[in-house]
Write a protein that binds this ligand. Structure first.
Ligand code: SF4
Length: 456
């Protein structure tokens, strides 16, 4: 219950912060222009989406088979696969690698799974120096904040916010423009890649038949993160698997266009176990497959489709709720419509069911999704499931029981308006909020109006 209260308090604070909302609106407006342009590369966009949705459906229906095929392929190439059921297992396994390799520093590229397992805190508590190498992640890490958005972690910060932060942290000029600030961060990080003991990256796709990992990025930092260190750890959710390398022909452009409006992201790497290094030693390639509640979602006959998400962020950018309350308000790693669908299943229905109610069910998210996830209907299904799971508060149950009784009785429906207005106010007293005027019911009942109009 605590998270619901936090969510409502944070949402109320943010929707009245005009400056903050302007930054989000400006950032999304830039995205929309690029997005429209990016989509023009598809001669038949609908067919591309259908094909992507089909591949994802096929994978999810046979996930056990594809994961085992991926594991076998990685091992055949000389890599290692670790299965992590939960956060504790993932942290323990990473801790063991750190101990075994005596690692002192880690370079890390963008990974939302890393956020899920609290990787930075865990490593820093172990005394390991962690360098975020993605520009957006570097910024939010320096600000000691979680990512705001799954694709653009620092979208809530204006140029001057970032300039002030980088001035304080790495001595950038307060007047630096975006390109100069990127250069400063690049300089700050350059030797960290060379000196790091371990590189940790996420994965956009895990390729089952070849045991390779596809990583797509715009800055080249992921490529540097896995190229220099002796050990490369890939952390990825179990849903990231795709059948073959040929599927990238579809997924790379889809992810680029829906994520940032590009035809293709700048750097697209397909990486596997390393060959022999210059000094004659062989690098380590370890893929950690993280479940962390995904099996619970997979067990849902309908909502399991949400595991097909390619994390493009498009549904966040079109969502009227996300646009108004921003990413941090959710208090979860995955936000917006996709986070509201998945989090109640992965992290607990009772604690996170309120997210499925934070939507007008307008369907914009479903319309935009490149893999055709039926997001707004899944939000409805989550609401249904939360009621069926009996997690509703007793006051709410009593309210709906009474409501139903009243709505089913002609006598109560025809009762005077003042009593009905009073009852409504009692029912929705807290959830309606203080800022909205309560709607008044019509003076006449439906029955009365009907008789007057049709005389029956
Ligand atoms: S649910 Fe669809 S639109 Fe939303 S992030 Fe995932 S793939 Fe993109």
């Amino acid at each position: 219950m605590q998270t619901q209260e936090n969510f409502l308090t944070a949402a109320e604070a943010i929707v009245f912060d005009i400056d903050y909302r302007k930054k989000i609106t400006d950032s999304i407006a830039n995205y929309e222009t690029a997005f429209e342009k990016g989509l023009q590369q598809f001669s038949n966009l609908e067919l591309a989406r259908e094909r992507a949705a089909f591949i994802k459906w096929k994978v999810l229906e046979n996930l056990d088979k594809y994961l085992i095929e991926f594991e076998a392929s990685v091992m055949r190439r000389g890599g290692k696969v670790i299965w992590a059921h939960d956060i504790e297992t993932a942290q323990n396994e990473i801790g063991q690698i750190i101990n075994r390799t005596h690692a002192k520093s880690v370079v890390k590229s963008k990974t939302m799974v890393g956020e899920e397992i609290g990787l930075n805190d865990f490593l820093r508590k172990k005394g390991v120096v962690v360098h975020e190498t993605d520009l957006g992640e570097f910024i939010v890490d320096q600000a000691n904040e979680p990512p705001f958005h799954i694709v653009t972690p620092a979208m809530h910060k204006s140029r001057s916010d970032i300039a002030r932060l980088l001035n304080e942290k790495i001595g950038s000029s307060l007047d630096a423009d975006a390109a100069e600030m990127s250069d400063d961060v690049r300089k700050e990080l350059r030797d960290k890649f060379v000196k790091a003991d371990i590189g940790i990256t996420g994965a956009n796709f895990l390729i089952a038949d070849s045991g390779m990992v596809a990583i797509t990025e715009n800055e080249g930092n992921a490529r540097l993160s896995f190229s220099f260190p002796k050990t490369h750890i890939v952390i990825a959710g179990i849903e990231k698997v795709i059948p073959t390398i040929n599927d990238l022909d579809l997924f790379f452009p889809l992810l680029a266009s829906y994520g940032t409006g590009q035809k293709l992201t700048t750097y697209n790497s397909i990486v596997g176990p390393k060959n022999i290094d210059d000094d004659g030693s062989v690098g380590e390639f370890i893929v950690m497959l993280i479940d962390n509640g995904r099996s619970n979602l997979l067990a849902q006959g309908e909502q399991r489709q949400a595991l097909g998400c390619i994390k493009c962020g498009a549904c966040l950018n079109v969502c009227p709720v996300f646009k108004n309350i921003g990413g941090h308000t959710y208090g979860t790693v995955y936000t917006g419509p996709i986070g509201a669908v998945t989090t109640p299943h992965t992290n607990g229905m009772n604690e996170f069911k309120h997210l499925s109610y934070a939507s007008p069910l307008c369907g914009k998210c479903t319309d935009v999704c490149p893999v055709k996830i039926d997001l707004h209907n899944h939000l409805s299904r989550n609401r249904r499931d939360s009621v069926a799971s009996g997690t509703a508060k007793s006051g709410e149950k009593i309210m709906w029981f009474t409501w139903k009784k009243m709505m089913l009785g002609r006598k109560t429906l025809n009762k005077g308006t003042s009593i009905k207005n009073f009852m409504l106010k009692q029912f929705f007293k807290t959830s309606w909020g203080e800022r909205r005027e309560f709607p008044k019911l019509s003076e006449k009942s439906f029955n009365q109006s009907w008789r007057e109009r049709f005389g029956q």
